[in-house]
Write a protein that binds this ligand. Structure first.
Ligand code: AMP
Length: 489
């Protein structure tokens, strides 16, 4: 008996998942599938990339198997609400894949698409409807859809729905479903407002929190590159060299467009997805990226949440996310389905204040590297080469303890003692794979380097190490003249 069958799934479904290359259920699937099949409400803390979509889609399909009832026109028996159009499409694709051998009627109803076709689909009656809140409410208000017979309600990526201000709409929508319907709420993080929503809408829910030995966040090599804002663009161009599949996150839509233009001038092909692009444009860009026709995707948080693209090797936070949850979601675009990945965050001094909350949320300290303008000018400077896995990481051993230097950088006590320039080069990103250790009492934010008043300075005495990066090869005069030249531009 296959491991999926042991969870209560029938052969039509186990065949589909095994054909998809899944050998055994993920921890979230092991917990959620049997609970959903039993009935009853569930609150699941599930990070992106854990296989949570299959965790709720497979039981939904299992229930539909052998269902003789034709879906009632303008009704849906299962409703899946998600924050973004892209995620809706992705879940719809998953349902198609897993539900190949199970007859069902389904539709994906999101904003940015024409109404008549959607109305036509709703008129036919649906077993499964995947929708975003805004368009769904439009249809409910226009009488195109009723939730009177909805038996299952899934609220996916609840934390992003909270961020986007969808909770009032979610409340209104959920109240249209029968009290008896099974409700499953999934979220990567569980802040108070989500707990409150769950308490309000769900009936005696079972809590599922999967804490696998290695969460995606822990598998990601993370680094913060501290630099002045104008240094970010040239740094990025170098960081992108030789990278396969990279997603760059910007805070604003304008910022994303500007970056596409800048990169294009540097002969780097990249496309952006964000809320000002039409749904078709967004879909086209995403498909090109997914198929590997384009390697660099620039996205705002909203457009990229929940997107599952295998083999994204690098995530770049061009702007530090202002909410720590956004950081987790962003970097979760890499290291999916058990793979490893890297995430670098370009941080201007004024953005340092956001790092503290991020560290608190991920329960780890982020390694910080100072990047000076001179470093970037150096043709030989290759940030991603420097980001190569340190030997201890590659060998699977835990990263060595690192301690934070007085200038805000972190590096191992051993390399600090040695003061060996070569060693520094190869360990530039040392400890990027953040240890899932508890943050110590004294946070970086407590020292002068985190006051947002500019890049922390290296102490003149007591630090015999040469500066890291190519800057170490230059003498001070060269360095300062280059810097002043830069600032005068
Ligand atoms: P999700 O968290 O639902 O976005 O899924 C992340 C990735 O995990 C997707 O690419 C799925 O195809 C993959 N996945 C889901 N379930 C399994 C499984 N049991 N074994 C291996 N990969 C899986």
């Amino acid at each position: 008996m296959s491991k999926f069958a042991q969870l209560g799934l029938s052969s039509q479904l186990t065949k589909a998942v095994e054909k998809g290359g899944y050998e055994s259920p993920t921890p979230i699937q092991e917990k959620v599938i049997p609970l959903m099949l039993q009935g009853g409400d569930i609150v699941a803390i599930a990070q992106t990339g854990t296989g949570k979509t299959a965790a709720f889609v497979l039981p939904i399909l299992e229930r539909l198997k052998g269902n003789q009832h034709k879906a009632k026109p303008k009704h849906c028996s299962t409703l899946i609400i998600v924050p973004t159009r892209e995620l809706a499409k992705q879940i719809d694709d998953n349902i198609e894949k897993y539900g190949k051998h199970i007859y069902h009627q389904r539709a994906c109803v999101v904003g940015g698409m024409k109404y008549p076709k959607q109305i036509q689909r709703l008129n036919q009656g649906l077993d499964i409807l995947v929708a975003t809140p805004g368009r769904l409410e439009d249809h409910l208000k226009s009488g195109n859809l009723s939730l009177d017979h909805t038996e299952t309600l899934i609220l996916d990526e609840a934390d992003q729905m909270l961020d986007l201000g969808f909770f009032p709409a979610i409340r209104r929508i959920a109240k249209r479903t029968p009290r008896t319907s099974q409700t499953v709420l999934l979220s990567a993080t569980m802040p108070k407002p989500i707990r409150a929503l769950a308490a309000e809408l769900l009936n005696n829910p079972k809590d599922v929190a999967v804490a696998p030995a290695s969460t995606p966040v822990e598998r990601i090599e993370q680094a913060v590159m501290l630099m002045e804002k104008p240094a970010k663009r040239p740094f990025l161009v170098q960081a992108l060299a030789n990278q396969f599949r990279t997603i760059i996150f910007t805070r604003t839509k304008h910022g994303a467009d500007q970056l596409v233009k800048y990169l294009s001038k540097q002969k780097v092909v990249a496309s952006a997805i964000h809320g000002n692009k039409s749904q078709n444009q967004r879909q086209r860009t995403l498909e090109a990226f997914r198929k590997g026709e384009e390697h660099i995707l620039i996205a705002t948080d909203i457009a990229a949440r929940g997107i599952d693209i295998p083999d994204v090797s690098l995530v770049v936070n061009y702007d530090v996310p202002t909410t720590p949850e956004a950081y987790v979601h962003r970097i979760g675009r890499t290291a999916r389905a058990g793979r490893e990945g890297r995430a670098i965050t370009l941080c201007a001094p004024e953005e340092q204040k956001f790092l503290r909350d991020i560290e608190r949320l991920i329960k780890a300290k982020l390694p910080i590297e100072n990047v000076k303008a001179g470093d970037i000018d150096d043709d030989s400077y290759d940030p991603m080469k420097a980001a190569a896995k340190p030997p201890e990481y590659a060998s699977g051993k835990p990263a060595k303890n690192t301690d934070r230097k007085d200038d805000g950088e972190r590096r191992s006590p051993k390399s600090r003692r040695r003061g060996d320039a070569k060693k520094h080069e190869s360990t530039r990103f040392e400890g990027k794979k953040t240890e899932p250790r508890k943050s110590k009492q004294g946070h970086r934010g407590d020292d002068a380097s985190a006051d947002g008043q500019g890049a922390p300075r290296r102490k003149k005495s007591g630090n015999k190490n040469p500066p890291r990066g190519p800057a170490r090869n230059r003498n001070k005069n060269q360095q300062s003249s280059r810097n002043s030249e830069k600032s005068g531009r």
